[in-house]
Design a protein around this ligand. Structure first.
Ligand code: ACO
Length: 448
């Protein structure tokens, strides 16, 4: 199979959200802390009738319908998620009724999990399958679905929720440059979920930021080496049109891109002109360790990177700023933002993605765009996702109602024998929602 990659995409996020400015005031944080300090505008969350399963059902059925794909044509279905509703039964199995109805039960794949990285693992599994000798000619389907919620405190504003479905096959308008992939994996306790009775993670915020940046450096270093080996020339940020980052919050994306520029400076790459060299020179003597803690370096490299950031990164920041961290879906929501903003001009261009999951697992990889043919064309993907409309038609919660909902969800997590309000008045037609969890913990859903 040639040009294996993403043929089609659909994104779903809950229509329920809270403005960061409002949450900031409610939490007693200093003005600008969430909006400028974290760089976030708004945060989506699941109400009591939604969860990662209902969101993934909505994304999958909508993708199949809107691109007119016969469910029989799916040969592999992979789910990435770090939201645990069941320690054994995969989310994938909850999606099977969509295919069973059409007589298709011959579908490989289950769930992948490692914090925010599970979606990338799922995506690679599908791409590798289509490129392999066990491929049977049908499509792969990847679903990234998560609800990111944190206990009250500084991490709470970095929540979010969404599901993304991606159809995988040959001759794709978004094709993998499979040789350009570099990973960094290690054992750390930066963010983890050891308490099985709680949906909230245990998180060392500062450590998770440093781990993210260290993983980014390691992946970029490996990526540059692979590029240089393949292309016979040095890589710099000028060799790609866009960078898309896993986005826990926008400030970290700004810091990440600046870090890549600092890497280019250290390698004496072509993206660094004389003026930039002069500004960054004072930091050349810092040790690797010191460089992560140096505020002046952070500030200066962000300043030098700013013009590049505006063209190469900014177009992918819309949905993560508006919806929040969607864990496994976060990187792909950033990618969806790029397609939404730039669909008509992407053909012929390259984009590099950075996936990070705490614990930790990280990969940097490269994709190439071509316009493609309808329904699998860039412009059609943008129009199906309909991002502006979805963002506009949301319902803003006041903070008291949001906090009350978080308390109810804490109570319900891992629970059984309850019926939800079944109130789907805020949901768009076609959205799945949770109706009941019975005395044997079995979950039931309905479609609006
Ligand atoms: N105006 C403008 N900026 C402000 C203001 C203000 N009034 N107040 C604070 N800030 C800035 C701070 O200077 C800081 O910016 P900096 O990083 O450039 O210095 C930023 O706001 C955050 O404030 P802090 O006090 O440093 O951090 P806080 O204790 O609020 O925690 C954190 C932030 C660590 C991100 C927390 O929200 C968290 O733990 N989130 C979850 C973990 C996470 O997302 N990690 C990322 C990778 S792992 C993953 O994907 C889950």
């Amino acid at each position: 199979a040639k040009d294996v990659g993403i043929l089609a995409m659909e994104i779903y996020f809950p229509p329920t959200c809270i403005q960061q400015e409002v949450l900031e005031a409610h939490d007693g944080a200093s003005k600008g802390k969430y909006t400028i300090g974290l760089g976030q505008d708004c945060m989506a969350f699941c109400s009591e009738v939604e969860d990662v399963i209902s969101m993934s059902m909505t994304a999958v059925t909508s993708l199949l319908e809107k691109y007119n794909v016969d469910p029989k044509q799916i040969g592999r279905l992979e789910v990435g998620s770090e939201t645990v509703l069941d320690k054994s039964k995969s989310i994938k199995t909850f999606l099977m009724p969509i295919f069973e109805k059409c007589g298709n039960t011959d579908i490989e794949g289950v769930d992948s999990s490692n914090a925010c990285y599970g979606g990338t693992a799922a995506l690679f599994n599908c791409v590798n399958w289509v490129e392999s000798s066990s491929w049977d000619g049908r499509y792969g389907l990847v679903v990234c679905t998560d609800s990111a919620v944190y206990a009250e405190g500084p991490a709470r504003p970095t929540g979010g929720a969404a599901a993304i479905a991606m159809l995988i096959g040959p001759n794709a308008p978004i094709a993998f440059e499979s040789k350009l992939r570099s990973s960094h994996m290690a054992h750390v306790y930066d963010f983890y979920k050891p308490d099985l009775a709680s949906e909230y993670p245990v998180v060392d915020g500062k450590l998770s930021q440093t781990c993210y940046l260290m993983a980014l450096d390691a992946c970029y270093k490996g990526f540059c080496q692979k590029f240089e080996k393949q292309e016979g020339k040095q890589f710099s940020i000028l060799d790609t049109d866009y960078f898309v980052f896993h986005s826990p919050y926008n400030k970290l994306v700004q810091k990440s891109f600046a870090r890549l520029l600092f890497n280019d400076f250290s390698r004496n790459a072509s993206s660094i002109d004389e003026a930039a060299k002069e500004k960054l020179a004072p930091f050349s003597s810092l040790s690797h360790e010191e460089s992560y803690q140096c505020r002046d370096l952070e500030k200066t490299s962000q300043q030098v990177a700013k013009p590049f950031f505006d063209t190469k990164v900014q177009p992918s920041t819309l949905i993560p700023k508006q919806v929040g961290n969607m864990y496994t879906a976060s990187l792909y929501a950033a990618f969806a933002s790029l397609i939404h903003n730039k669909s008509s001009t992407l053909a012929g261009q390259r984009v590099i993605l950075f996936s990070y999951g705490s614990g930790l697992a990280a990969t940097m990889f490269s994709l190439r765009f071509t316009e493609g043919e309808k329904p699998f064309s860039l412009s059609n993907i943008a129009s199906v996702m309909n991002v502006s409309e979805k963002l506009k038609s949301r319902n803003e919660f006041p903070p008291e109602k949001f906090v009350e909902l978080m308390q109810l969800m804490e109570h319900r997590y891992g629970g059984k024998d309850f019926i939800t309000s079944k109130d789907c008045s805020l949901l768009a037609p076609g959205t799945y929602y949770l109706t009941e969890v019975d005395s044997k913990y079995r979950r039931f859903y309905a479609k609006k």
